[in-house]
Write a protein that binds this ligand. Structure first.
Ligand code: ZN
Length: 565
């Protein structure tokens, strides 16, 4: 989840407000400062955060921990010496933080005494990239930083009357937004009179396992309170879940809506937000064995799609359909979940390429070539012909049509010979959207080493599934069992070919212990970090590996009708 959830959780405070107050003074004095740490998404208090207080001027380096309600307090062990500089009475900076995904960072500040204010943006080497200076009267002001230059960590410094504050900002994507805007006035806010003391420059570093750390440079005079919201590593990364069967549940439960939060099924918007899901693939699966559409699955797909579209139309503030990675990310920039439609089971097209093209037009961006049932043109993994019979001529035409349209080929459920035939025909990377490693759990739904290697050789990914019968030989499965499959694939082919394909709402109540519904993805990330995966590894597993496939296959305009008729 790379975006804020204020629309959902109005109580979330994502603002850092730093008040600095200084006037002339003489003599020596000690100081006390305090603060509070919370989670930017949940709003929960964060205990056991390392708060490191550093002053190079006075050789301070102290570490304190936040208490059980996220609070900390620090009293200097010495008396500080008056600096003697003339500084504004109040100098207030607030940044929408962490806000790495909005290409514009707004910096609001107020000045309590007239004077020149300078703002500059510099890179980690201290090289100035842009600056603005203006003589300002008492009042509140805003300046915007519009993404420019390459992605990375940047800093901005505000200076007034010889006093400064430096704050980090993260620019994820490069851009040419133009840098700093002009300084503009906002509403006037009366400043309060503050104590007369001198300022001590401090660096305060906040660190907590599984969280993105933060560093704030301030000048303190005593009495300041720092309200800081930290973001989990999970939340800072793009999470793409490759497989979710909520639409299947909704065909049986058509009054189910994506809001509000439920205590049944696995998926709704509040739980997707809690789970930090940025891009969710919603599967259209029509049972070939039971229900209303066994003989007309294409019509069943239309029924599922109308439920999908109904919900998208009900909650456009929260979720929006995407058909490419770029579209999905721009939806995420607007603080929304991106929903991508996919179809599970080639039987859905009823042997008609026109139906395939119509599903593409409705947004289908992967097709699982078979479900457990074979079709006239492709054999499934459950079929006893799995090793000997693959694609028919029509099956090869389906594969070439998928390639020409820009639809990802999914081989979860697909027979062994069929996968070989697909790899011979397709020119694109392929995926197994929700499977495991057969060497860990010998189940027909899982992949042999050679199959995993072939998928990786083509640049594809395996989305590891959360269904206990595919993970362990018998009994319950835990998060550690999911990690076993991830480890196995990583050890076999490297870190670049594994992804997440939960299968939530396709597995009934038989869930992995700890992965009960779509709100629980952060617990998997935490366990992977504890297991030794790095933040970069997590970025790949949760999203970047599949991003490669999504961009390569779906990023170019479709070529329709090449193989048609
Ligand atoms: Zn499935």
């Amino acid at each position: 989840m790379k975006y804020f959830v204020e629309k959902y959780r109005s109580q979330i405070s994502s603002l850092i407000v730093i008040c600095l107050s200084v006037m002339l003074n003489t003599g020596l004095m000690a100081f006390t400062i305090s603060g509070h740490l919370s989670d930017v998404v949940t709003g929960n208090n964060l205990s056991q955060v390392n708060v490191v207080i550093i002053s190079d001027d006075y050789a301070i380096r102290d570490t304190i921990l936040t208490n059980s309600i996220g609070e900390w307090e620090y009293t200097s062990k010495f008396s500080m010496i008056e600096h003697g500089s003339i500084l504004p009475k109040e100098f207030r900076v607030s940044q929408n933080y962490p806000n790495p995904f909005n290409p514009t960072t707004s910096i609001d500040f107020s000045v309590a005494s007239a004077g020149y204010v300078e703002i500059m943006v510099h890179n980690v080497l201290g090289q100035e990239l842009d600056s603005k200076q203006k003589l300002l009267n008492v009042g509140n002001y805003r300046i915007d930083w519009k993404s420019t230059g390459s992605a990375g960590v940047y800093f901005y410094t505000l200076r007034a009357n010889g006093k400064s504050i430096t704050k980090k900002m993260i620019q994820l994507d490069g851009g040419s937004g133009g840098g700093l805007s002009e300084i503009s006035g906002t509403s006037f806010r009366q400043s309060s009179e503050l104590a007369k003391v001198s300022a001590l420059p401090l660096t305060i570093i906040y660190e907590k396992f599984a969280y993105v750390g933060d560093t704030v440079s301030v000048a303190v005079t005593g009495g300041e309170h720092f309200e800081i919201a930290l973001e989990t590593i999970h939340n800072s990364l793009t999470l793409i879940d490759l497989h979710n069967d909520l639409l299947e549940q909704m065909l049986d439960d058509p009054n189910y809506h994506w809001m509000p939060e439920h205590n049944y099924h696995h998926t709704d918007i509040p739980r997707l937000i809690k789970g930090g899901v940025d891009i969710q693939f919603f599967t259209v699966w029509i049972s070939p064995n039971s229900g209303s559409y066994t003989s007309n699955p294409y019509q069943g797909a239309q029924a599922a799609l109308s439920l999908f579209n109904r919900e998208l139309n009900l909650y456009p503030e929260y979720i929006q359909q995407a058909t490419t990675y770029d579209e999905a990310i721009s939806i995420n920039y607007d603080d929304k979940i991106a929903a991508v439609m996919c179809v599970e089971g080639g039987h859905t097209i009823e042997n008609d390429i026109d139906n395939l093209i119509a599903l593409y037009d409705a947004g289908m961006r992967y097709l699982t070539i078979t479900w457990n049932n074979s079709t006239d043109w492709a054999v499934s993994a459950q079929d006893n012909r799995s090793e000997t019979v693959g694609l028919s001529d029509f099956g090869n035409r389906v594969i070439r049509t998928l390639d020409s349209l820009g639809v990802i080929i999914d081989v979860s459920h697909v027979g062994i010979k069929t996968i070989q035939d697909i790899l011979t025909t397709t020119t694109n990377p392929i995926i197994a959207s929700h499977s495991g490693a057969r060497a860990v759990r010998n189940h027909y739904r899982n992949l042999y080493d050679d199959q995993i290697r072939a998928i990786a050789d083509g640049g594809g990914v395996v989305g590891v599934v959360f269904y206990p019968p595919f993970l362990v030989n018998s009994g319950e499965a835990s998060i550690a069992n999911v990690i076993q499959h991830i480890d196995y694939i990583v050890n076999l082919v490297g870190i670049d070919f594994v992804a997440i394909g939960s299968d939530f709402d396709g597995i009934g109540t038989n869930t992995v212990r700890g992965l009960y519904d779509t709100s629980t993805f952060p617990d998997l990330t935490l366990a992977l970090l504890e297991h030794g995966y790095s933040r970069d590894d997590l970025a790949k597993i949760l999203g970047k590996n599949f991003q490669r496939v999504f961009e390569q296959v779906c990023g170019k305009p479709p070529v329709k009708y090449v193989y048609h008729k």
